[in-house]
Design a protein around this ligand. Structure first.
Ligand code: GTP
Ligand code: MG
Length: 642
């Protein structure tokens, strides 16, 4: 176990984590040259298309220290670890120097690449519990950003060893020295301790590998006494933490585990400690990054166990996989993430309801942060109320439903959760806009606020203030930060943060500002329900909760937008916005006879027939709502605020 090093790469979005991982995989010969491509660990189609990491990805590398270096680093390793051993925390769980004999110059490095976007920070938090150390990567052209600080805090709270590294040092825009200073200040360390790498040229990567071996403790030295393999336990049988999983039709649920103690091999009878479900391990293995079967996995290792379980809901991240004889309590699990935005998802055709149900259950097996419950709406039929960790998360999930499960879906305007105190003294938690009580019944409404940390070059501070005030933000303390930059604390209703605040900040500052946030308490809100009526009927998917003072603007904007995107119908229809019992905006859409072939003049009759056929088959199928046809596209466009 002493030759294992488990670590993550953490950073702000786009700081080069996956590209650095490419070079580590290349230098260690883990991925063959012909299979190498940029950000090879980003294997999902959506990740590749968008150039962002969405899901964490573990991979095992073998790093051979060459002989002369080995001797050198071996003694250095011992020096380093002796220093660590004087640490009381280590002594308290009987950490002995003799545990650290390095008889080997071959190291097993288990890397977990993590996403940088704030919506996926639950992935980061789970990955961190499986490792002993983290590479904190900071872009030399950007410096410390909001998520740099958030991920660093997460790693520090788990007592992980942190290796600070400046990335993209090859870039002509790199400010390597200044950024090193910035990090040294942040970590209260020496500038020389901050390494430099380029994921593009590979510069500094060999050196980083050596530092990983030297600085990151082996799993033996795990600092949280609860999780020391074989140290505080009566038995030394298998105990492992599930930090992620995925689902495959053939093999059922495959859990990604960090083995805390004992060994697991194919055929072992095991149990999920929390859910109580028993199963037989059909296969165990490691990530190369593809799954590769192994005879066994032992304490300190990261790998997977194929469970064969096909039913949803029995495996969950944070559960402990152990032997049937295990009598100890489960390993401390993960907190369930709190959804931030809610939206309803309905199948375009009610025939697909079962498919939607299964698809969501399967998606949850590769994305544990997704939550959903069944609901029904008069017009749209049966569907699901889904909770997401942010607007990007919402977008990714709806996209995956369409692509991976071939579903045509209708999605409602996203909302946050409100607490409504009614005049009759009752309190309701409302996260479906159409269920929001009428204004005259409401005594008070409470909504969650968020604490935002905004880091920006000082020259943008003025224009940013305008955006912040426009979003009802309250500006708190600010602090000068690195080269001509400021870090500003802002408090803002979550409702306003989700109203495209991120995007506005990004475009105002040409991408130079960054922000992170966490939820605060509930505060009183001045909000009302805004309904959009088509031909006199409210369409629940378009209903929104909006700030009282913006109601006229929001009403007009929604009507205008729908007027632009809704195809004309066979008859004249009115599009209206209604709030607090009155119509606040209205437009009339004139009639139009729809014929898909009408834009083709003369000519190719077979093409026309094909098109009509296609229309019949439902390729251009529309959702029939009473007498008005609203295509699925219109729902998707209405969700995107622009
Ligand atoms: N010049 C230069 N560009 C780099 C380097 N590393 C990454 N990039 C570029 O920076 C962008 C982001 O790189 P990624 O590796 O995807 O960054 P990431 O941190 O994994 O991004 P997320 O996972 O989405 O947070 C890409 O366009 C890369 O080509 C580097 O060392 N030098
Ligand atoms: Mg990445």
């Amino acid at each position: 176990m002493e030759n294992i090093r488990n670590f993550t790469i953490i950073a702000h979005v786009d700081h080069g984590k996956s590209t650095l991982a490419d070079r580590l995989l290349e230098v260690t010969g883990t991925v063959e040259k012909r299979k190498m491509k940029a950000q090879v660990l980003d294997s999902m189609e959506l990740e590749r298309e968008r150039g962002i990491t969405i899901k964490m990805q573990p991979v095992r590398m073998i790093y051979k220290v060459n002989h002369s270096e080995a001797r050198n680093s071996k003694s250095e390793i011992r020096d380093e670890l002796e220093i660590q051993n004087t640490n009381d925390q280590n002594k308290s769980f009987g950490f002995r120097n003799s545990d650290l004999e390095f008889s080997n110059s071959e190291f097993i490095l288990n890397l977990i690449d993590t996403p940088g976007h704030i919506d996926f920070s639950y992935e980061v938090s789970r990955a961190l519990r499986a490792v002993e150390g983290s590479i904190l990567l900071i872009d030399a052209t950007q410096g410390v950003q909001a998520q740099t600080i958030t991920t660093l805090e997460m790693a520090k709270n788990l007592n992980l060893t942190i290796i600070p590294v400046v990335s993209k040092i090859d870039s002509p825009l790199a400010r390597t020295l200044e950024v090193k200073k910035e990090i040294a200040l942040l970590l209260k360390c020496d500038e020389d301790e901050v390494l430099g790498v380029s994921g593009k040229t590979g510069e500094g990567v060999e050196n980083l590998l050596e530092e990983i071996v030297k600085k990151i403790p082996s799993p033996l030295a795990r600092r949280n006494p609860d999780e020391i393999p074989g140290k505080n336990q009566v038995q030394n049988s298998l105990r492992s933490l599930i930090f992620d999983f995925q689902y495959s039709t053939h093999r059922g649920v495959e859990v990604y585990v960090r083995i805390m103690s004992g060994t697991v091999k194919k055929g072992d009878e095991l149990i999920f400690k929390v859910s109580g479900k028993k199963f037989t391990a059909l296969e165990v293995g490691i990530f190369t990054p593809e799954e590769k079967a192994k005879d066994s996995l032992s304490a300190g290792e990261i790998g997977y166990i194929v469970t064969g379980i096909k039913e949803p809901g029995v495996a969950s991240v944070g559960d402990t996989v152990a032997t049937l004889q295990d009598t100890l309590p489960p390993i401390k699990g993960y907190l369930n993430p709190q959804p931030v935005v809610w939206s309803s998802v309905y199948p375009e055709s009610q025939d697909d309801f079962e498919l939607l149900k299964q698809s969501l259950a399967k998606l949850k097996l590769s994305d544990s942060s997704l939550s959903f419950e069944e609901e029904s709406s008069g017009i749209l039929g049966r569907g699901y109320r889904c909770g997401f960790l942010g607007m990007l998360h919402l977008e990714i999930i709806t996209e995956r439903l369409k692509r991976e499960f071939n579903l045509s879906i209708i999605i409602s305007s996203p909302t946050i959760q409100y607490q409504v105190l009614l005049k009759d003294g009752k309190t309701e938690e409302v996260y479906t806009p159409s269920a929001f009580p009428e204004d005259y019944k409401i005594e008070k409404v409470f909504e969650p606020w968020a604490a935002i940390n905004l880091i920006t070059p000082s020259r943008f501070l003025g224009p940013l203030m305008t955006i912040i005030f426009d979003h009802e933000g309250v500006v708190g303390a600010s602090e000068n930060f690195g080269e001509d930059r400021v870090s500003v604390s802002v408090e803002m209703p979550l409702r306003e943060l989700m109203r495209n605040f991120f995007d506005k900040v990004k475009s105002q500052t040409s991408g130079f500002a960054s922000l992170s946030y966490h939820l605060l308490n509930l505060r009183e809100a001045e909000v009302v329900k805004l309904e959009i009526l088509v031909a006199g009927d409210p369409i629940p998917a378009f209903t929104k909760i909006v700030s009282k003072k913006n109601i006229q603007f929001e009403g007009e904007a929604s009507v205008e937008k729908l007027f632009r995107i809704l195809p004309r119908q066979m008859f004249v229809i009115k599009i209206q916005a209604q709030a607090m019992g009155r119509i606040i905006s209205s437009r009339t859409l004139s009639a139009f006879k729809k014929d898909v072939t009408q834009h083709m003049y003369g000519g190719d009759i077979t093409r026309k027939m094909k098109l009509r056929e296609k229309q019949k088959k439902g390729k251009l199928k529309m959702k029939s709502l009473g007498t008005v046809n609203i295509p699925q596209d219109v729902f998707l466009k209405m969700v995107k605020s622009e």
